[in-house]
Design a protein around this ligand. Structure first.
Ligand SMILES: [Zn+2]
Length: 339
């Protein structure tokens, strides 16, 4: 296959379903070695996301994506469906992960999709845990009593920076967006056995260097939902996430971000139409701004190719000017992520 034969275009992927002891994980977009997303349509159908990154480099990832990922796709997104409680865990930050594992740390965020009545999540400490008591509290599981338990509802957002102890609990389905890293330090696993009949490995000592023991007043991310706009819900050095709830087409001009744009469908149906001349430099008035296009005028503002929005759609950095149009009669809800 000649590189010049392949036209740059937004990429959709086959989700990869993983059965775990506590439920299922669907890896939506991944460049983790051994678990790379497979492209679902177009000229690169059947190839990996990493191959697209090799082919298109900065055109796909943008300058920031190229820098942050060091040549690989820098984010990982999953849909997690927890039937039982997940292990209590923590992820190392950038410095520790580089020193110890020669890879990136992991900061993540959760968007709750469904929650059974009374279902909860654990995130952060609710009262101080003296370091000298840590080992004993982890060994007997009483660390759970030191963690903040949050009863959750659909639409709740939690930002989990590296170092924050956390656990997803049974009865919760959520969308997780995180740095591409598979380094997890498991503190406590409820004395469960894995699918292979063996206790899963714990990393109590390693975790101690990663944990942020501070007690914060609140761990929930607050935002005000707004129909027809991009509502920022997370902004951190590793990614920015907006919630979009649309009942009419919305034009997005993100070319100035110098990043790919990842759209993750939460609910409804929609299509994405590229601007016909995406390479045109953004004007001062359109830079970093989004504006609603009245229903029915989308075709005049974006006349490029159209792509269905099924699960996730990765829009190349050089095509980051586009219109999202809901299809059908219920609002389209999605997360928009860029660096
Ligand atoms: Zn985690």
């Amino acid at each position: 296959m000649q590189q010049t034969d392949i036209t740059l275009s937004p990429l959709a992927f086959h989700p990869s379903l993983h059965q775990l002891v506590w439920g299922t994980e669907s890896w939506e977009v991944s460049a983790v070695p051994g678990n790379e997303s497979i492209i679902a349509a177009g000229q690169l159908a059947g190839r990996t996301l990493s191959m697209a990154v090799q082919l298109w480099g900065e055109q796909l990832l943008g300058r920031k994506g190229l820098e942050q990922g060091g040549g690989t796709f820098p984010l990982l997104t999953k849909i997690i469906d927890a039937k039982q409680d997940l292990s209590i865990q923590v992820h190392p930050g950038e410095t520790l992960a580089q020193r110890r594992h020669h890879c990136h740390g992991k900061t993540e965020m959760w968007f709750v999709l469904d929650a059974q009545p009374g279902a909860s999540l654990l995130a952060g400490f609710s009262k101080p845990l003296p370091r000298e008591e840590y080992a004993a509290r982890v060994a007997d599981g009483s660390i759970v009593q030191y963690l903040a338990r949050h009863e959750v509802h659909p639409g709740d957002v939690f930002f989990i920076p590296a170092g924050r102890v956390h656990a997803i609990c049974g009865g919760v389905r959520l969308c997780e967006i995180q740095q591409s890293s598979d380094i997890t330090y498991r503190l406590y696993d409820y004395h469960r056995l894995g699918l292979d009949g063996q206790p899963r490995q714990l990393h109590v000592e390693e975790a101690l260097d990663a944990i942020d023991f501070r007690v914060l007043p609140d761990y929930l991310t607050r935002y005000t939902p707004a129909l027809g706009q991009a509502v920022p819900i997370v902004s951190c050095p590793y990614f920015n996430v907006n919630l979009l709830e649309l009942d009419a087409p919305l034009h997005r001009s993100l070319a100035a971000r110098e990043s790919f744009v990842l759209l993750s469908l939460l609910d409804g149906e929609g299509i994405v139409t590229l601007d016909a001349s995406p390479a045109a430099p953004p004007t001062a008035t359109s830079q970093n701004r989004s504006f609603a296009v009245p229903s029915g005028t989308a075709a005049t503002t974006a006349s490029g190719p159209t792509f269905p929005l099924r699960s996730s759609l990765l829009i190349p950095a050089v095509q980051a000017s586009f219109v999202i149009t809901p299809v059908g009669n219920r609002p389209l809800r999605l997360l928009e992520t860029y660096l």
